[in-house]
Design a protein around this ligand. Structure first.
Ligand SMILES: *[C@@H]1O[C@H](CO)[C@@H](O)[C@H](O)[C@H]1NC(C)=O
Ligand SMILES: *[C@@H]1O[C@H](CO)[C@@H](O)[C@H](O)[C@H]1NC(C)=O
Ligand SMILES: [Zn+2]
Length: 502
């Protein structure tokens, strides 16, 4: 059967041009035109590549073909199983070198690797630890033995505990386990979304006592910027609740202190790294709060934005969408800026769900009704045709965080991520990392890898990468003047990257 088919094809080919209409074989010229039309619609599809860019593109294409035909294709695997394969990938190494622009969806409490928290922060003096009844940990810096708390009966000085155990490597690994989701057996350990989200929230709480210690916060934020910079990310929009911080003697600093610390640390960082473009903050509150609390937070953020216009980008609601309330539930709070006649840009997480038709699924449309500037995740967007049209028309970019979506169990094989549809249509989009410390990533390169190789597939090309990087500046909250300067600076890096690698 196979042989006769092949023969049939061979005899067909020379005839194609002569009899194509008569025998019903579509016109190959027309076919070619359609294929090019489709390719032009994808992210970056309208960019014209320079000869040097074309050479690098051809190389990337060839590398991608090789990776796709390997026994284990990383985007098809859980990231925890794929990470070491990705690290070996030549495409990944190129992505690390590529100037990626800005990271627009990262949470401040999960932006630094857990390894740094354990190896650096927990080795500082006066650090106490306590093990909770539900197999989690709490940390506290204190100049005296801390009092028992509702969640912690017995605090031990870490230094003493470490010397008693006598196995720093093993002990540190166990601490790292408490601060990330990483495990050798993700599918066994996290059978469903509830289990993985429970661990996710526990890890957040465990890190709090370390990060909110005032002297640590400065170094922590600096380290976060170092990790982004090392991955060729030049700008950050960080979501933060601006937690209050504490000193060794129990003194508490207010949220303005935290904001100013971010601001000063950024300024210091730019002194040492003049090509870093800056940080802006998206003030975030948990969607588990009440309407009254969110109203207060919105008002406070309006004031903060007035007092720190260069630092505050806007407002967002965070936390698991299906556990907290919907945007519509908070409508009275979220319409306050419009009622007061002031501007407070929104950057809503919305549609981080695979439950179609639920109230959470409707968050996307509501985010757009509240004039959101971008959509965090927008995992559900592909099946909301009206929301999709609106988001495209208004240039509201989707912040795609592939590894987050996979680890939090919305999709297992990243080739099946719904953003494949959005990418093939050139929907406004940026790539980000969400919670790098929890997922075991640093910078944006891992997420770029998954988006470029897995979600975009063979047809995503260097133009796609270029457009995604430019998008991160275009769809940022920077002023037009800053965006122009940022694009000039990015462009220089891009040209250097191309000439080095083509
Ligand atoms: C921890 O980080 C700080 C600031 O980045 C650095 O000065 C210090 O030497 C580090 N300490 C350890 C123990 O690694
Ligand atoms: C959204 O924008 C429209 C058009 O500019 C405006 O009329 C409306 O009040 C805005 N809605 C909110 C909730 O800000
Ligand atoms: Zn997020």
């Amino acid at each position: 059967m196979v042989i006769s088919l092949c023969l049939a094809l061979v005899t067909y080919v020379p005839l194609l041009w002569l009899v194509r209409e008569a025998d019903g074989v579509p016109d190959p010229v027309e076919r070619d035109l359609l294929m090019r039309q489709e390719a032009s619609r994808q992210t970056g599809g309208l960019l014209t590549l320079t000869p040097a860019e074309k050479r690098l593109d051809a190389y990337l294409h060839q590398l991608k073909e090789q990776e796709m035909s390997a026994a284990h294709f990383p985007p098809a695997l859980h990231f925890f199983k794929a990470k070491h394969l990705i690290q070996k990938s030549t495409i990944f190494k190129l992505l690390q070198e590529m100037p990626k622009g800005g990271a627009l969806h990262v949470h401040s409490s999960s932006m630094v690797s857990a390894e740094w928290l354990v190896k650096n922060v927990t080795y500082r003096p006066n650090c106490y630890i306590c093990f909770t009844w539900d197999n989690s940990v709490r940390f506290l810096f204190s100049d005296r033995q801390p009092f028992p708390r509702w969640d912690c009966f017995y605090w031990q000085l870490l230094e003493t505990l470490r010397s008693r155990i006598g196995d720093n490597a093993g002990f540190d690994n166990s601490l790292i386990q408490h601060l990330t989701l990483f495990t050798e057996d993700p599918n066994g350990e996290y059978p469903n979304q509830n289990v993985v989200w429970e661990k996710f929230e526990k890890a957040f709480i465990a890190a709090t006592g370390l990060i909110t210690h005032a002297p640590v916060l400065k170094d922590y934020f600096h380290q976060g910027l170092e990790e982004l910079y090392a991955d060729n990310v030049m700008y950050l929009e960080v979501r933060s609740s601006l937690c209050r911080t504490y000193e060794l003697d129990g003194t508490i600093h207010d949220r303005i202190w935290t904001l100013k610390t971010f601001q000063q640390t950024t300024q210091n960082f730019i002194k040492d790294h003049p090509d870093f473009l800056g940080v802006r903050i998206i003030v975030s509150v948990n969607r588990a709060l009440t309407v009254v609390e969110v109203k207060a937070a919105v008002k406070e953020t309006i004031q903060l934005k007035k007092d720190f216009p260069d630092v505050i980008a806007g407002f967002d609601m965070v936390g698991r969408e299906s556990s907290g309330s919907t945007l519509w539930y908070f409508r009275e709070a979220l319409s306050l800026p419009a009622q007061m006649g002031v501007s407070l840009p929104y950057f809503f997480h919305a549609g981080e769900t695979d439950d179609e038709g639920t109230a959470v699924d409707q968050n996307i449309l509501d985010a757009l009704l509240f004039n959101t500037s971008r959509i965090g995740h927008g995992y559900a967007l592909a099946h909301h045709p009206v929301a999709k049209e609106l988001s495209r028309k208004r240039n509201v970019a989707v912040e795609l965080c592939p590894i987050s979506n996979q680890v939090l169990k919305l999709v297992s094989d990243l080739r099946n991520h719904p953003a494949a549809v959005l990418m093939s249509e050139g929907h406004p989009m940026v790539i980000s990392s969400d919670d790098p410390s929890l997922f075991g990533t640093t910078g944006l390169s891992y997420d770029f890898y998954e988006a470029f190789v897995g979600i975009g597939g063979l047809k995503a090309n260097l133009g796609t990468l270029k457009e995604l990087a430019v998008n991160s500046i275009r769809y940022s909250s920077m002023s037009t003047a800053l965006k122009d300067a940022a694009l000039v600076s990015w462009r220089k890096k891009w040209d250097a990257f191309i000439s080095k690698n083509s």
